[in-house]
Write a protein that binds this ligand. Structure first.
Ligand SMILES: Nc1ncnc2c1ncn2[C@@H]1O[C@H](COP(=O)(O)OP(=O)(O)OP(=O)(O)O)[C@@H](O)[C@H]1O
Length: 256
């Protein structure tokens, strides 16, 4: 199966000054990742292992003071993660991104409807804000609401709606179910599965293994540890993994 998006040899180094000395830390080390059309892929691993940094690499947006190298391959393109060239035509169009904090998706100054319309205008969307809301199961009256008036689950889905405006082939969602109760988390996983059912390659970064296993919609899993990719597997295979680090992400880890 050809990957809709593949990242190869992604390396990220954070640098800072401490007492006049330059310190640096490698936070991603030659990490590879591939996500496939029609599949939901979860990127998991212990806190701080580099999942969000990988997402930033996949959209070509290194955080300040972080140097990145590596290549992201899309259907017809190869983009360098540490360069600005080429990403403008890709971000929002071929790759949709839902950041970890939905608060950073929207400004408090305007209604959701106005902001979704702006996104549609910028991306030349072929759907209206009403149609985008319908795609994520939000009621049309959400258009009149300001971001702070949205519940956590509504905010997550509104951010996904914005990311879908350009009809991306790849959707990357960073912790799409964080801070959601189990029922809403399952609803969001089902929504991601429906998008994959329409042919999208979905990459969800998550630490919520309970919700991931409960939803039963994740096809592929990449497991990271300390800036490196440790394994590419399936949720079911985590249960029987010999490596205790992998087994800890299973449905019924031994320590529970
Ligand atoms: N803007 C930044 N500048 C420098 N270092 C950073 C920056 N953002 C993250 N880091 C460091 O990079 C490493 C990976 O962070 P990252 O946020 O990718 O982890 P994560 O796996 O997503 O963790 P979590 O599950 O807790 O969100 C950590 O050591 C973190 O401290």
């Amino acid at each position: 199966m050809n990957a809709a998006l593949a990242a190869t040899a992604v390396t990220a180094t954070a640098a800072w000054q401490h007492r006049g000395r330059r310190e640096q830390l490698t936070v991603l080390e030659a990490a590879d990742l591939a996500v496939h059309a029609g599949a939901v892929h979860a990127l998991i691993g212990e806190s701080g292992c580099g999942k969000s940094m990988m997402a930033r690499a996949l959209i070509g947006l290194p955080p300040p003071a972080v140097t990145m190298t590596g290549t992201v391959h899309l259907a017809d393109r190869a983009l360098q993660v540490g360069e600005r060239r080429g990403w403008g035509q890709v971000r929002g169009h071929q790759i949709g991104y839902v950041p970890q904090s939905t608060a950073t998706s929207f400004t408090a100054a305007h209604t959701l409807g106005r902001q979704l319309q702006q996104v549609c205008d910028v991306l030349g969307a072929d759907r209206t804000p009403v149609e985008l809301l319908a795609a994520v199961d939000l009621p049309v009256n959400a258009l009149e609401l300001y971001p702070h008036e949205l519940s956590g689950g509504m905010g997550q889905r509104a951010a996904i709606a914005a990311a879908l405006a350009g009809r991306p082939q790849v959707l990357i969602a960073d912790e799409p179910t964080s801070a959601l109760d189990p029922e809403l988390a399952e609803h969001t996983w089902k929504l991601l599965a429906a998008l994959a059912g329409d042919g999208c390659a979905v990459l969800a970064i998550t630490h919520d293994m309970t919700a991931l296993h409960a939803a039963g919609v994740v096809d592929e899993v990449t497991v990271m540890r300390a800036g490196q990719v440790l394994a590419r597997t399936t949720p079911a295979a985590l249960d029987t993994a010999a490596d205790p680090y992998l087994a800890a992400f299973g449905k019924e880890p031994a320590w529970q």
